[in-house]
Write a protein that binds this ligand. Structure first.
Ligand code: IVH
Length: 688
């Protein structure tokens, strides 16, 4: 059926949009829309052109790859074109692709699954075993010569092992240059400190780093490389191609790894489409356990002869497909920037967004941290902004989506008065945070009391921020000591409280009276004093009186405390207002003492001092909190996630598979419940 006039018009609009966004992404490293939104436009255009071939024009962006290079670098013509990949977005589409492939290959197909690294495609040319040239993909036909910059990437070999020779006269290795997540975060911290523009994501910062005129800048950017494909190979006259390169893709990758190229250890041979689907599902879940970003999985037919038979379209091979994960970046409208007041009076700006589904949940609010961050990100109420939510990470506004020719709204200004109490907001010279300095500010009071009641402090179940706010508004709570004067009569008639909920809340408050001094110290919210410092002080001094009587030097001498915390604690206890709270807590029956080790018990030795031990699953006879407490008691830390810095992962019953996987990948020792006892007693790891 011929295209309708509206389809024809839509195709023209899409062509313009796709070409424009191609240019922003590939040539300027400054995309205006999220990858997923670009994919949707490109796909709509391709579908239209497929349904109505008469709409397809020569050079339609639907049929081309990337964008022609900018002229800053010399142009390199690729001997073998660098193609793109077709995408699928679901297991069903993936199966449909495999079915099409398998129909043409009656003898059966096996696949290789690889990670789709989110970086820049790069072609590396080696002449007689020596690195000679690096070129970007560009428009697939020609790219930019970035040899000097790529030569600074430590992962890329300059000289191939002589023992594997004779080397091809010309060997072209293709792969992805990328920036590890940690390096990206560090780079953005440096950019912010220098007042420079922040990079949107690791891919963009990798691209920006490669486009530097000065290779020394590229060298400072911690880029890395994964090889995933062979380009052209020209052997010396009379020498045949290495056997490993003739038969299978997996054999080629093994050979590349053997030759010293970094090849991802997460590649897998997959015998059936079910295995392919399972591989994709696994990495969709586990993507954040890698130290770099991936946006999908690439599936390739393994047999090189079959690849040849299947061939390519003008833009992509038929023997490979990209399975793309659901997006973690989306654009949405920034409706407003508001300021919230924390318990220390810190005024934190946050974005009020038109709700958007991204990274697995709907995001409506996102912190903007402080005034400098708002300025560095240059986001303004009314802007279209890019929002990113990677895994469990807190959602983030990355920056505005700037459209050429569209006038921006006014820049946002940090308010000069507190949105809760109307007192002045003050930012001190040399500090990045702004504070409400009114100690009587209702906003601070609510946050202080809610923090006191929170799980890590007094753990008063059922007393969250909303209820605290209600009690503060009603004048029932002025400070934390008031909680311990609550009776049924206090709560009677309060909206939302019946006899049962009154009894529950009073029981929860009662139960909190027996918390040790360390938890009370955490709950008081003394600046700089966190969990580790609170426990250290409570243990060292035993009672609140002893802490109050100690000089700043004595406080600072405690392991895990130091001068900054000591000075803050001293100042806190010097305030008559705070001493009043302590006095009333004591009057109302709290003991303010840290129970010491029982008689006859020795003090616990700091066998895990400074070490981070992660626990997964349940350990016999210990709750999760108790397991963490015994680690803490020995000077260790027990964060919720495994990283390269983790000393050991302790595995109990029904453990989390992803934590074990990650520990294995990072080479973190895994300890069983039995080994845990030895670890606590001696700090030593099992030998194997
Ligand atoms: S193979 C002809 N393998 O994805 C096959 N590409 O959307 C060409 N990419 O341009 C590519 N990881 O920049 C391949 N393991 C992988 C990849 C990968 C990331 C990128 C590459 C390519 C783009 C296509």
């Amino acid at each position: 059926m011929a295209a309708t006039p509206s389809e024809e018009a839509r195709a023209a609009v899409l062509r313009r949009e796709v070409a424009y966004h191609n240019d922003r992404y590939y040539r300027h490293d400054d995309p205006e829309i999220a990858d997923a939104e670009y994919d949707a436009l490109a796909r709509e255009l391709r579908d239209l052109e497929e349904r109505h071939p008469e709409l397809a024009v020569a050079n339609s962006p639907a049929a081309t790859v990337g964008a022609a290079p900018l002229t800053q670098f010399t142009t390199v013509v690729h001997r073998v074109p660098m193609m793109s990949l077709d995408n699928v977005f679901s297991a069903d589409e993936l199966r449909a692709w495999a079915e099409r492939v398998e129909k043409q290959v009656p003898e059966g197909v096996s696949y290789v699954g690889e990670l789709k690294v989110d970086g820049l495609a790069m072609s590396l040319t080696y002449r007689n075993g020596r690195f000679g040239q690096a070129a970007t993909r560009g428009d697939g036909t020609s790219g930019e010569d970035v040899t000097a910059n790529v030569a600074t990437i430590a992962a890329i070999p300059h000289e191939l092992p002589a023992a594997m020779g004779p080397w091809p006269e010309l060997l072209e290795v293709r792969g992805e240059v990328y920036m590890p997540t940690a390096a990206f975060e560090e780079l953005n911290e440096r950019q912010a400190a220098a007042g420079e523009r922040l990079f949107v994501n690791p891919r963009n910062s990798a691209a920006g780093s490669l486009r530097q005129k000065d290779p020394a800048i590229t060298a400072s950017r911690a880029l890395s490389f994964w090889a995933y494909q062979l380009g052209e190979v020209v052997m010396p006259p009379g020498v045949g191609e290495p056997d490993a390169l003739r038969h299978s893709h997996h054999g080629t990758l093994d050979w590349l790894a053997h030759a010293g190229f970094p090849v991802s250890p997460d590649r897998r041979n997959l015998a059936s489409v079910d295995d392919v689907v399972a591989f994709c599902a696994h990495w969709q879940d586990a993507r954040h356990e890698l130290g770099y970003e991936i946006d999908g999985v690439v599936v390739k037919v393994d047999d090189l002869g079959v690849q040849q038979r299947l061939g390519s379209t003008s833009r992509a091979p038929r023997w490979a497909i990209a399975y793309k994960f659901p997006p973690e970046e989306r654009s949405t409208r920034l409706l407003d920037i508001e300021v919230s007041i924390g318990r220390t009076g810190k005024a934190t700006p946050f974005a009020v967004l038109e709700p958007v589904f991204v990274g697995g949940s709907t995001v409506g609010l996102a912190t903007l941290h402080n005034e400098d961050q708002v300025r560095a990100k240059d986001v303004r109420p009314g802007d279209l902004v890019m929002v990113r939510k990677a895994g469990d990470v807190i959602p983030e506004v990355v920056g505005p989506v700037k459209k050429a020719g569209v006038k921006r709204p006014e820049a946002w200004r940090f308010p000069s008065t507190c949105p809760v109490c109307s007192g002045p907001l003050v930012r001190l010279e040399g500090e990045s945070d702004t504070f409400c300095t009114n100690l009587d500010c209702g906003g601070q009071r609510v946050q202080r009391i809610a923090h006191f009641a929170s799980r890590s402090a007094m753990d008063i179940e059922g007393l969250g921020e909303q209820r605290v706010e209600l009690f503060v508004d009603l004048g029932l709570l002025v400070d934390v000591a008031d909680l311990y004067a609550f009776t049924p009569a206090t709560l009677k008639g309060v909206e939302g409280f019946g006899p049962q909920s009154i009894a529950n809340l009073l029981a929860a408050i009662e139960a909190s009276r027996s918390r040790p001094l360390s938890r009370i110290l955490i709950g008081l919210g003394i600046r700089h004093l966190g969990q580790v410092g609170s426990v250290a002080l409570a243990r060292a001094f035993g009672t609140v009186e002893a802490i109050m009587a100690a000089g700043e030097d004595e406080l600072a001498a405690v392991e895990g405390v130091g001068p900054v915390i000591a000075s803050s604690v001293s100042r806190w206890f010097a305030s008559p207002l705070n001493l009043g709270v302590i006095g009333r807590l004591r009057d109302r029956g709290l003991v303010l003492v840290e129970p010491g080790p029982a008689d006859g018990d020795e003090a616990v030795p700091p066998t895990l001092a400074g070490r981070s031990v992660v626990v997964t699953g349940t350990l016999p006879g210990l709750t999760r909190e108790e397991a963490e407490a015994v680690i803490l008691a020995r000077g260790g830390k027990s964060p919720g996630t495994v990283s390269a810095k983790t000393y050991a992962l302790v595995v109990g019953e029904a453990p989390g598979a992803s934590k074990i996987d990650k520990a294995e990948r990072l080479g973190v020792p895994v300890v069983t419940a039995d080994g845990f006892e030895r670890l606590l007693a001696t700090g030593a790891l099992p030998d194997n």
